[in-house]
Write a protein that binds this ligand. Structure first.
Ligand code: SIN
Length: 514
């Protein structure tokens, strides 16, 4: 992420915090970041260990330092959490929407008050620069506030009846217990985007956070407990990589769980969907992407470079909506490549906790290996490295921010999601060719393009096979928009006025003898 963008995130956050201070008067508790390094999981309002006492380490990806050890839970504890969530659902669904909203607002407010500590723990376990972590906390908690409001507007319908003796209604009801399975790249926001909607709708949840980043999840429980969200409504089951599939399977196969919401890879999403079939669960899947970022001849090249930097290098390239393939039309190709490499050369790679860092580590060494294999493959097939192209001296989880030109379709970077700081730039001649290339993937999460030709803007916006499109914009995420993909990038939408529908069933009620 550029320093300019980091500065913007920080200033947005300051504004947000200021606007919150007006309704944060009753909640004053503040925790230091190190005391947010919890050691227990959270089930039925209790801080608990695994039954066999086993734990696994949570390490800082920047330096391998141990931050905490958390319970390595398995099927049994997951089933216990589901049972408690099912019990709590009987009560939580009968809270009025306003009662739930009041609690959610308090939850939002206390997290806002402790934003800095939440950001610190997030950076410690995920590695992203602090400015980005602060931005993520602001983004994550905004979903709790948003759905606290949306929950009050879950309207049904009164349907004009075709029969004189009948009155017809649609009621909207919470689906029940939800299994929430979340990734490490947004350890706070991906949980709150789902849990905010679920709780506002009247559902209860069992969250399985990513094995690498359970502490941000546990910190949200701590604050939920502080504001009185009842026991059993929010449960977090922590587990190591070794037990992740077992815990996921219990959530997917339990008849007591009515819905699975997952953010992560398409491969895992498919496994979870298959496991959910026998109990006919509702599913929301926010899966992998392979976003094309297209720059047409008419584009403002400087704006396109800024957009590409924001989209590609946010979270060190580890977001599902990161530009994965950068397609640039021939007239502006050289200029774009040169300017992009120049901006990237100014990045500061380092520990996210250090001042001035713009690019943190990747989540682990395997992630670095993947980026390196994409770089090596591209170079072997004729790609020219403009900047980076190698592991970074900072340590085994760091990779130098990279730009490669002369990319061709046969290279791995075109068919696989890199999930790292590599910008591959492809040259194209015509709009038709660019759209064909952009759509030549089974993924369809986000796409971006830069153009100043209004007819082209409409055509391309309609033709790109994606759930979300950025037009002359590289940063598209927001609380109020419907986030989600098509094709193998998933099902369902999160955030916006639609996000809460994922946690509601429509029941038709027919009143006879009227
Ligand atoms: C993701 O990468 O999965 C989410 C990114 C976002 O919400 O901006």
């Amino acid at each position: 992420m550029s320093q300019k963008m980091s500065r913007k995130l920080v200033s947005d956050l300051k504004l947000l915090t200021k606007s919150l201070s007006t309704h944060c008067t009753s909640i004053q508790q503040s925790r230091s970041a190190s005391s947010l390094a919890f050691k227990n999981a959270y089930i039925n309002g209790q801080w608990v260990t695994a039954e066999d006492g086993r734990t696994f380490p949570v390490r800082n990806p920047a330096n391998g330092d141990l931050i905490s050890e958390v319970p390595d839970m398995q099927a049994k504890e997951t089933q216990t959490a589901v049972n408690h969530a099912a019990d709590a659902f009987k009560r939580w669904k009968n809270y009025t929407a306003i009662e739930r909203s009041i609690l959610l607002k308090k939850w939002h407010d206390i997290m806002a008050k402790n934003q800095e500590d939440l950001a610190q723990i997030l950076t410690a376990e995920n590695g992203k620069p602090l400015a980005e972590a602060r931005g993520e906390i602001g983004y994550g908690i905004s979903f709790v506030e948003w759905f606290a409001e949306e929950g009050k507007r879950i309207y049904g319908d009164v349907i004009p009846s075709a029969f004189k003796s009948k009155r017809l209604l649609h009621l909207k009801q919470p689906v029940g217990v939800c299994g929430i399975i979340t990734p490490w790249n947004f350890p706070n926001a991906m949980i709150l985007r789902k849990v905010g909607a679920a709780l506002a709708a009247g559902c209860t949840v069992v969250v399985k956070p990513a094995e690498d980043t359970p502490l941000s999840a546990l910190a949200t429980c701590y604050f939920a407990e502080q504001v009185g969200i009842p026991a059993g409504v929010l449960n977090v089951v922590t587990c190591s990589h070794q037990h992740a599939s077992e815990v996921g399977r219990v959530l997917c196969q339990s008849p007591k769980v009515s819905k699975i919401s997952f953010t992560g890879s398409t491969a895992t999403g498919k496994v979870l969907m298959k496991q959910s079939i026998d109990t006919m669960k509702r599913v929301s899947m926010e899966l992998g992407g392979n976003a094309a970022f297209i720059v047409f001849n008419s584009a403002d090249v400087d704006a396109a470079v800024a957009g590409a930097v924001a989209s590609k290098y946010r979270g060190t390239g580890q977001t599902c909506i990161s530009a994965n393939r950068i397609l640039v039309q021939e007239e502006v190709y050289d200029e774009f490549c040169e300017k992009l490499a120049k901006v990237v050369s100014q990045f500061v790679v380092g520990d996210g906790q250090e001042d001035g860092t713009t690019q943190g580590p990747l989540i682990n060494e395997k992630a670095v290996d993947k980026v390196d294999s994409h770089v090596k493959d591209a170079v072997a097939k004729g790609g020219k490295v403009l900047i980076g192209g190698e592991r970074h001296v900072k340590g085994p989880t760091f990779y130098s921010p990279t730009v490669i030109r002369d990319i061709t379709e046969d290279m791995l970077v075109c068919s696989e999601e890199t999930f790292g700081p590599l910008a591959p730039v492809i040259k194209f001649k015509t709009e038709e060719e660019a759209v064909l290339l952009a759509n030549s993937t089974r993924f369809g999460l986000a796409g971006y393009f830069y153009s100043q030709d209004i007819r082209q803007i409409w055509r391309v916006a309609e033709d790109l096979e994606v759930g979300m499109v950025g037009i002359n914009e590289g940063v598209i995420s927001s609380t109020s928009i419907a986030f989600g993909g098509i094709k193998e990038s998933g099902l369902g939408r999160e955030g916006s006025k639609y996000g809460i529908d994922e946690y509601l069933n429509i029941k038709y009620a027919c009143f006879g003898g009227m």
